[in-house]
Structure formats: C-alpha cells, structure tokens
Design a protein around this ligand. Structure first.
Ligand code: NDP
Length: 447
C-alpha cells in the first residue's frame, strides 16, 4: 500500500470511528490535507500507528453537573474534558460554557490545540473541555454554584503536572475564580498552576486576559509586514465582542489600525470613526449587555440586526467569535470589497469553502492555530510564574508575547517555504505543529 493510501485509510477510519461529529471531522480533514504533503517527503511519519494515535485522544471524560437555580429548580448539564495529547507537556486548553458544546466540538478544539500549543515552542500538551451550560441570563450565584459543581467532578482529573485548563467562550476571569476556589477547597492546597487566566492578585499573569486578542493583532501586523504593508490606517472588521475580540480591537488601535465593526450573536455595529473601546468594554465587560447598546449610545454608529458583518468593506478581517462563522459567501464579499489579510482569532471560524475562496484570490490567510496562539502561550507564561513564585510586569509579559507571536509567524512561513508552499499559512502551521509532536511521539515510543 502506498503511503498516500495509508493516510487515506487512517482518515476514513477516523471519520467512521467518530460518527456524528462534523466539527471534529472538519478539523481533522484540514490537518490531513497538510499531512499528505508531509508523508510524500517523509514517509516514516505514516509508520508505527503515529497518525492513528495522534487522532485518538489519550483520555475522554464526560460527567454529570447538577446545580440548583436561584428559584430552587435543579438543572443537570453535561461536563467534558478531552485530554488529547500530553507528549509535549501537561494537557493545556480552555473550558467552554455554551449550549452548543458537545463531545465532537470539544474534540475538534482539543485536536487543534495540540498543534497550536506545539507551534508556541513552549512545553504544553493539548486538551479542551467545557459544558453545555448556558451562562446567559444567569445570576452570579448561579454561575458560582455551577462552577463549583463542575469542579467537584473535574478536580480528580486536573493538576499542575497533569492538565491545566483555562477560559474560552463563556468562561472568563469570574468563572476561573469560582473554579479555582472550589479546587483549592477540595484539595486543601494552593496549587496556582492548576488553572490559568487567574486574577492578578491570586496567581494570575499580567496580559493573560488581553493575550489572545493582542496576539492576533501582533500576528496580522507581521503578515502585513511580510507582504510589505503595514497595519497603520487599515480598516479592520472584528467579529464577536468577547474576550478575544475586545483585546484584538485594543491592540489593533495601538498599532495604528482602525477597527470599524464588531458583533455578538444578535447582530453587528459599524462605527466608521473607529470603535470606542471604553464604551465597548463598559457594555460587554461591566454590564454584560448586547452590542445594539453601542449604537444606542453613539449617534453616527449603526446596528444591523440581521445580515453579515463580512459585508462591511475593510482591509483586514479578524473573525473572533466562534467556529464556522465565515463561510463562502462571507469570504466572497470580503474579497470583492478588497480585503488584503484575514487572521483567525476564533478557533476554526472559517469554513473550508471560505478558506478556498481566500486561497484562490491570493489573500493572505492565517489559521487560528497560529494567529490565536497568544492566549495559550501567555497561559504557559502564567504557569512559569506560578512555578517560580514570581510575577512579571505588564510590559515585560507583553514583550514576551509579541516575541512569541513573531516566532510563530516566522516558524509558520519558514515551514511553508521548506515544503514548497510559499506564503501558505494553513499548511505552514499544520506541518510545523505536526512535525514537532510527531518527533516527540517517536522518541517516547508506542504509548
Ligand atoms: P467570549 O465568550 O468572551 O466571546 C464570544 C463572542 O462571540 C461573544 O461576542 C459572542 O456573542 C460571540 N459568539 C459566540 N457564539 C456565537 C455564535 N454561535 N454566533 C454568533 N456569535 C457568537 O469568548 P472568547 O472571546 O474567549 O472566544 C472567542 C473565540 O476565540 C472562540 O472560538 C474561542 O475558542 C477562541 N479562542 C479563545 C481564547 C481565549 O483565550 N479566550 C484562546 C484561543 C481561541 P454572544 O455574547 O451574543 O454569544
């Protein structure tokens, strides 16, 4: 059997074994596109069950999360933690609380995380978790009780040398606080390194809150530099208005770009004068309100309830909300309106058809694995500070983050070059991440 046939056989097995998990299939399909290129040059990577093992999580945990609402009603949610690969370090990846969460989504996120974490150059494995719990409209006390119940089960499976979760959609500083509090209580130890994204006064790192968004902005600035352009004065459209979107907007502004639109699941706002970040933070971080409130406050801004944010003409697009939010039509609209670069702040926000549109049009396109790795990289910096009982300044940590993003950008384009795929960030990121993990797997034997 040829090496290519062997890879096709593994791919088919992965699809058959994980039926009904379309997001996972999509994430695997994208990586396999790059693996076909790799095994043509280095057929040894198709041996020893290496790819088969890489596609099967080391451990998948599903558990019941019962909790009591303020009105006394008992609810039962489902909790997940997929410990995907610990070949480079403890499992590392966020927790997502959103009603759409299921095993397939957690597996796709965990799979992506392996390669992303490898790309950072830091010693972290890949994992992901979460729950189908919907935090929207829940009181603070309900969120706390849910987090406590979630951690009461999860605590048996995590630890600073085992598995270190962080935040993701629906899990920010407040939730990490309640989760850490319950972990501390259950284990009777102050094990700071068990979670990242902690508050600054209780073991957190400067810049962790900002890191994913800042990292996306640093990355896209490098992309524009590589194509002899700059971010200054570029009009930027950012989807979402959560953690990643807000801090992408902040750093884009600091680097001279002009973010003109952002969104949430109820619609999008356009402010051609540039998004007023203080107002956005007030609405989203303080009041936990809806994006339409921005247009209520800013007269010249418009709120569009239905329709696509990708119809807003811009130079740079940063999808920072959720998976599969930028499809073929959105990509075509962006290309028609003259977009020059797209970098994914969210995980897998662009559909395969959308990526194809950008590829065909020769648009510079960076996958989340590379462009949004600043969050997990800064989590690893938080772990370093916890291990050495140290805390670094904002400026120093931000410099480390910027250097890491420049490193990821360089590694990605160098790898694409090396395999004859100049300028292809998708292949570059997949291959650089894969080769690092694969070499470590070979060294550690069949486990
Ligand atoms: P938040 O919960 O802080 O924000 C998510 C934003 O996306 C909100 O504005 C939300 O709107 C919107 N959104 C979520 N789901 C949908 C949907 N189905 N349709 C439309 N809009 C939606 O999450 P984060 O900012 O932390 O995460 C955003 C993305 O970035 C995710 O893909 C995540 O996996 C990825 N990511 C996050 C990292 C981090 O450090 N936080 C690290 C790396 C990647 P609404 O409030 O209306 O739901």
């Amino acid at each position: 059997m040829s090496v290519r046939d062997r890879v096709e056989e593994i791919y088919k097995q992965v699809l058959d074994r994980n039926a009904g998990e379309p997001e996972f299939h999509q994430a695997v399909a994208e990586v396999f596109e790059s693996l076909r290129v790799v095994v043509d040059v280095q057929p040894e990577y198709a041996d020893a069950g290496l790819i088969d093992r890489l596609c099967e999580p080391e451990r998948q945990i599903i558990f019941r999360v019962p909790w009591t609402a303020d009105n006394g009603q008992v609810h039962v949610n489902r909790g997940f933690r997929v410990q995907y690969s610990s070949v480079l370090g403890p499992y590392k990846g966020g927790l997502r609380f959103h009603p759409s969460v299921n095993l397939g989504i957690v597996k796709f996120l965990g799979f992506e995380q392996i390669f992303k974490n490898a790309l950072t150059g830091l010693p972290i494995g890949g994992g992901k978790g979460g729950s189908d719990f919907d935090p929207k409209g829940r009181s603070d006390a309900e969120i706390m009780r849910f987090c406590q119940s979630f951690m009461t089960e999860l605590h048996r499976h995590v630890g600073e040398y085992t598995d270190v979760p962080a935040g993701d959609i629906g899990v920010g500083g407040r939730e990490i606080g309640y989760l850490f509090g319950q972990y501390k209580r259950l284990t009777n130890s102050y094990e700071s390194g068990v979670l990242t994204g902690k508050g600054i006064t209780w073991g957190g790192s400067q810049v962790r809150r900002e890191a994913t968004g800042y990292g996306v902005a640093y990355f896209v600035a490098e992309m524009l530099k590589a194509s002899r352009n700059g971010l200054a004065d570029k009009k930027v459209v950012v989807s979402g208005s959560g953690n990643v979107a807000i801090y992408a907007i902040e750093k884009v502004q600091q680097l001279g770009g002009i973010p003109i639109a952002c969104s949430d699941s109820s619609g999008y706002v356009v402010d051609e004068k540039g998004i007023d970040l203080d107002l956005l933070k007030e609405i989203k971080e303080v009041r936990r309100g809806r994006i339409s409130e921005y247009a209520d406050k800013v007269q010249h801004a418009t709120f569009v309830e239905s329709g696509s944010i990708w119809d807003v003409p811009c130079d740079v697009a940063l999808p920072c909300a959720t998976q599969n939010e930028l499809g073929e039509d959105g990509a075509k609209a962006l290309v028609k309106n003259g977009v020059i670069a797209v970098a994914e702040g969210a995980n897998m926000p662009t559909t395969p058809q959308g990526i194809q549109v950008f590829r065909s049009a020769g648009i510079s396109f960076a996958p989340g694995k590379a462009a949004n790795a600043g969050g997990v990289a800064t989590s690893a910096l938080e772990m370093q500070q916890n291990a050495s009982r140290d805390s670094w300044s904002f400026e120093y940590t931000d410099e480390r983050l910027a250097a890491i993003m420049r490193g990821i950008h360089q590694r990605t384009i160098d790898t694409a070059d090396q395999y004859g795929l100049k300028g292809d960030y998708v292949h570059g990121a997949n291959i650089a991440g894969f080769v690092k993990v694969a070499n470590a797997m070979i060294s550690l034997g069949v486990i």
